[in-house]
Design a protein around this ligand. Sequence first.
Ligand SMILES: Cc1cc2nc3c(=O)[nH]c(=O)nc-3n(C[C@H](O)[C@H](O)[C@H](O)COP(=O)(O)O)c2cc1C
Length: 337
Amino acid sequence: MADLTTQYLGLSLKNPLVPSASPLSKDIDSAKRLEDAGAAAIVMHSLFEEHIEQEDENLARFFHQQSLGHGEADSFHPVPLDYQSHQDKHLKQLMKLKSELDIPIIASLNGTTPGGWVECARALEDAGADALELNLYYIAANAEEDCKSVEDRYVETLRSLKQKVDLPVTMKLSAQFSAFANVAQRFERAGAQGLVLFNRFYQPDIDLETLEVIPRLELSSPSESLMRIRWIAILYGRVKCSLAITGGVHSSEDVLKALLAGADVTHMCSALLREGPEHLATVLQELEHWLEQREYESVTQLKGSISQQHAADPAAFARANYVNVLDSYKPPPGVRY
Ligand SMILES: Cc1cc2nc3c(=O)[nH]c(=O)nc-3n(C[C@H](O)[C@H](O)[C@H](O)COP(=O)(O)O)c2cc1C
């Protein structure tokens, strides 16, 4: 049987299948089902900057109002004994996942600025996280802010996080950078031990009845993996840090293509939400079967063998084939232009 092990963020994983952050880690039973199906590690759902900062504000307001009402008792601010902050509940869930599961748990922090919320990283480390994913989910809609300022803020956030923890840190990033290969190297130099390509933005929709903007959460489709596979292939060999793919990985075929391009792990979310945690076992079985049939000895042997540096036609990952691809389009049968 082929050796499926892979290294990710300094962790030795039994295979490259790692469910990404999703509601499945909110429930111990679902998380266990993922482990039973063969998941090599799990990324926990995120702790969000907005939740942490909102809670800090609420607590500050609570103390302030107490001070106003009981001016004579300035130093005495009783917090309700049963009060559990959002962060407390999150840490409790992380500790529970750690105690009930044997596989590594990667905690996730989600925000955009290098503020006080980054302090929570230490608490996640103390609660037992094996690594930390930093998800910088930001829409650069401010026309006054140029790309260098956005990138600098990302680097600053990463640096301030790295000062808080000894854990390996990986960055889950958007594809919306004008020079991704360059920023990838910048993040690596700033201490990122891994890169997760790419965040999937949820697109707001317009309701034509009410004329209101409505949030829309659509699960992904496999075609979304291709842009990510391209970037994994381009970065492989150009950065030393770990590479993970997220977005559009649904089947063993998607996993294999990502590994051939150079991914160390492949994340899945939509497919597991749609099909259930046991879908992972099917993907794992098919992956093993494919490797055996092709007489691959290990995932390591496969990894990066069709990256841009190793592909027979490196230009295929860049612009070179663009014109040929456009010219190759044929109308569907029965349609005339
Ligand atoms: C319901 C739902 C919840 C998610 N929660 C998180 C989260 O807490 N943190 C995060 O970084 N990503 C979160 N994601 C994004 C996924 O981890 C993943 O990156 C994205 O869905 C793309 O992968 P996929 O095509 O396999 O779904 C969530 C996605 C969905 C659909």
